[in-house]
Design a protein around this ligand. Structure first.
Ligand code: SF4
Length: 369
């Protein structure tokens, strides 16, 4: 079955009573055409029957519209031990209608339902204040930390507001990262190339077996090609790279299809990240997805407490993908590791980020390309 738009999985909307009268709440309800219930905050724990995480598959059918009462913009929770890209994340909601076997949110969150924050005006005014206060530096900002950036866009149209907002900024760039292929709302917008449309990619076998209700490769690349034709810059994330018999050929094939589908010069960055997970995710992932073999491998605990493949194996995975990518990539595209050590950079790419001013500077430079 094709899942270009994972919002089709939703079956009902629940609205926190304090935001029932917001115009955006009414508009989302109208677009979704799903049954609606109004509840108080004290009712949240009973929205979905059963215990977390066993009720996660069922919970992903419920969308709660509520208010974010804390800050929207935060630093990406990177760890000091590895090279990070100095990213900021806007918390627009939590949870995702797709269901990846390796999804870290299964271990981070403790609610099975999806949430979307309807106080959009608060979000835009906070962003305005924070961007105005740091005009001297370029901020790279994404929305896909606790959710997928485009999974609910058919209902929320949030992408349109954000694209318009960032088009007016010279010191920030927005990255909308997704595994869906729903990009209809991006057509015809005046984006000034301040929004980068990004897709997570994997081998087709991993997409098929471990990324449930996500768009397939052809659909993701088709959506990316549409965005490129509308003038958007693109980015791709090979994360998590997963080892299994035959991975080399499969990842090479994905890379070949990527560069056959989109213009190389439109791609601003491509990241690589080996499969890694918090120890408690293994128990959740193996019990929810007993068919999956991704946790049945040898792992070592990294400096951040996450399980990772042994270093020689990570190097082997990265070398195959990096060599393939570099043979197609435009010179202006930054290929980088998400959360890896200088030793890995040196061994695979032959340099460390510090040689080029640091990873944030390498990424900022691509925006001029
Ligand atoms: S698409 Fe992203 S957020 Fe959604 S389930 Fe998969 S990994 Fe999690």
């Amino acid at each position: 079955m094709s899942w270009t738009d994972p919002s089709r999985y939703l079956e009902k909307i629940v609205v926190e009573s304090s935001c029932a009268e917001y115009q955006i709440t009414r508009t989302i309800i109208e677009r979704a055409g799903l049954p609606v219930t109004i509840v108080d905050e004290s009712d949240f724990p009973a929205l979905v029957d059963g215990q977390y995480p066993d009720n996660l598959s069922q919970g992903k059918k419920t969308l709660l519209l509520c208010l974010n009462r804390s800050e929207f913009l935060k630093k990406c929770p990177a760890t000091r031990e590895y090279r990070c890209c100095d990213y900021q994340v806007i918390n627009v909601g939590t949870g995702c209608p797709m269901d990846c076997v390796y999804c870290i949110l299964q271990a981070y969150l403790n609610n099975p339902y999806l949430t979307f924050f309807v106080n959009k005006e608060d979000l835009l005014s906070e962003l305005d204040g924070k961007l105005s206060a740091s005009e001297s530096r370029l901020m790279r900002i994404g929305t896909g930390e606790f959710t997928d950036s485009m999974a609910l866009d058919r209902f929320t149209h949030l992408s349109r507001d954000l694209v318009h907002f960032f088009a007016e900024r010279t010191n920030a760039v927005l990255e909308l990262k997704t595994k869906s292929a729903f990009v209809d709302n991006l057509k015809g917008l005046k984006h000034q190339r301040r929004t980068i449309m990004a897709w997570s990619l994997n081998s087709e076998k991993i997409m098929r077996t471990e990324e449930i209700r996500a768009a397939n490769l052809e659909e993701r690349l088709g959506a990316a090609a549409k965005c490129a034709s509308w003038g958007y810059h693109l980015a791709f994330h090979f994360d998590p790279i997963i080892s299994y018999p035959g991975w080399q050929q499969d990842y090479r094939e994905t890379i070949r299809k990527l560069f056959a589908a989109v213009p190389a010069a439109a791609i601003r960055w491509i990241s690589l990240g080996g499969f890694r997970y918090l120890p408690k995710l293994k128990q959740i992932g193996t019990s929810r997805f007993p068919h999956s073999g991704i946790y049945h491998h040898e792992f070592i605990e990294g400096l951040d407490g996450k399980q990772r493949y042994f270093r020689p194996h990570r190097v082997q995975l990265y070398k195959v993908l990096y060599r393939e990518l570099i043979s197609y990539a435009d010179p202006s595209t930054c290929i980088y590791f998400c959360m890896e050590s200088d030793e890995i950079w040196q061994e695979v790419m032959g340099f460390v980020p510090g040689d080029k001013g640091g990873l944030p500077a390498m990424l900022d430079k691509t925006m001029a390309g």
